[in-house]
Every structure is written in C-alpha cells, then in structure tokens.
Design a protein around this ligand. Structure first.
Ligand code: 5RP
Length: 263
C-alpha cells in the first residue's frame, strides 16, 4: 500500500494526476476522441494517469511505466436516467493484472443512489486493503455543478475518508480549508468543465494547495486547452515547483508562444 501510494504521491508530498476517464459516461468527449493522441505529449508531466481499463488497453503502450489509477466505477451515461446509479465495472483481480497503482470510484452523496455508491466504495476498500491497492474516491456531483460548495464537499470528502478511501478527489471551492480540515486523507482537486481563462485555473489550484490540497486530478482544463502542454507545465510548476498563479501564467504564456511559433 505504501509503495503504491509513493508511486503516485511524489517525495515532496504532492501529486499531479491526469484524468482521461471521461469517456466512461460522456463518450468521445471533445479533445479526448482519441485518448492515445491526447495523452502522449502530456504523460511526461503527469505523476499518474486516471483511466478505464478499456482505454488503457487500447491507448497506452504497456512499455510505458506511468502509474495508473484505474477507474472502476461506471455503468451509466450522460443520456441515461441517473448518473449516480453506478456499479463496479472492473474487478480487483483485473486491477492487479493491469498493475494499477490505485483504483478510483465515484460516490454521489446526497443523490438517490447515495447508499449504493457509498457501499460500493466500502466494498472496494475492503478488496483494496486485502491486496494493498489504494482507493481514490471521487466526490461526484453529476450534473448538479452548483453542489460544489464547501459545506457539501466537506461532507462528501469526510464520508469518503471515513469509509476508507486513501485519497479523495474533490472540487475547489470558496473556503476550501473547511474541506481539507475535515478530511484526514490527502485531497486532490478536479477542474470540472473547461474554463476560458487559464488564470482562473492557476488561481484555484494555487489557493487549493495553500489550503491543504496535495495536488490535482485535472483533466479538461488541461487537455481541452488549445495549448495542453503549456497548460500542464504551468500546473506542474504550481504543484511541484512552488510557483504561484502569476508564475504559472508566465510559464503558460512562454510555452504557448513557443508552441505557436512552431506551428
Ligand atoms: C470524470 C472524473 C474526472 O476524473 C474528474 O472530474 C477530473 O476531471 P476534470 O478536471 O475534467 O473535471 O471523475 O469522470
């Protein structure tokens, strides 16, 4: 367990996870139509890849040794009745066979399927603990993005930690310290839908890190950006190189100019 966590969380205590799991309920999400192509230039800058077994099998060269967080919950879609009605879609045996460093599962606190998703988490934790596989709980809000406030996220994150998650993925929000203070396991921040302004992203990541997050699990705001490599390099500087939001913006602008001059 400690060894697998150390593959993901770097010696500075921080982590940059790159999620490309969105297709499991969104289908061919914009700029993730061909995950292999999206991932390839970004992989060197990520500490771990959050991905389903299907995309891992088809789109990631097994000779690459980037740590994998395997998305193991699913079974619903954007057009189905309720996104929260997820089950476990990949066994622990398969996660071990695929040499995953961790597994990830969504929980939908406050939804009609709250209990089922939390019992899924608890069952996964039981199996993960048996084999030394950490579980990352994703505090999902489904389509209800307005749920992303400190009161709700603190509640969902704490419950996930109490049920045995080793890492919790949640959203940044105003008063984020309330979320980190109430959660006794490391927290990584997701981005949600892409924002037009990169600076907003750097601001919330920097603020979240100051308030106790250990890093990010940031997808669309990296790979849906027109300059994804510039974006991940700037984010990496905040996570691992003590850059503030202003410095991250400078890095982004510099890398963007470099990429533009090549094209
Ligand atoms: C989607 C997920 C993602 O891993 C998570 O939301 C992070 O991605 P993004 O930054 O694009 O929100 O759980 O299923």
């Amino acid at each position: 367990m400690a060894n697998r966590l150390a593959q993901l969380i770097q010696p500075d205590g921080h982590a940059l996870f790159l999620p490309v799991d969105h297709g499991y309920f969104q289908g061919p999400t914009r700029k993730l139509e061909e995950p292999g192509k999206t991932i390839q230039p970004l992989l060197p800058f990520a500490d771990g890849l959050f991905i389903t077994r299907g995309a891992l099998r088809s789109c990631v060269d097994p000779a690459r040794t980037k740590p994998i967080i395997l998305r193991v919950s699913g079974g619903t879609s954007m057009v189905g009745k309720d996104l929260a009605n997820e089950g476990i879609i990949t066994s622990m045996e398969e996660a071990i066979r695929l040499n995953a460093s961790a597994v990830g599962i969504s929980v939908f606190v406050g939804s009609e399927y709250e209990k089922e998703s939390l019992l899924n988490l608890a069952k996964l934790v039981d199996e993960g603990e048996r084999y030394g596989i950490p579980v990352m709980a994703v505090t999902a809000v489904g389509k209800e993005l307005e749920k992303r406030d400190a009161r709700y996220l603190a509640l969902a994150s704490r419950i996930a930690a109490e049920l045995g998650a080793r890492v919790v993925k949640t959203y940044w929000c105003e008063g984020f310290e309330k979320v980190t203070r109430g959660c006794h396991v490391p927290i990584v921040i997701a981005g949600g839908p892409q924002t037009d302004n990169e600076r907003d992203v750097f601001n919330f990541i920097y603020d979240g890190m100051q308030k106790g997050a250990i890093g990010v699990n940031l997808g669309r705001n990296i790979w849906q950006n027109d300059y994804p490599v510039a974006m991940i390099k700037a984010v990496q500087a905040i996570i691992h190189k003590k850059a503030d939001a202003e410095k991250a913006q400078e890095i982004f602008d510099h890398e963007k100019a470099k990429a533009s001059s090549k094209s």
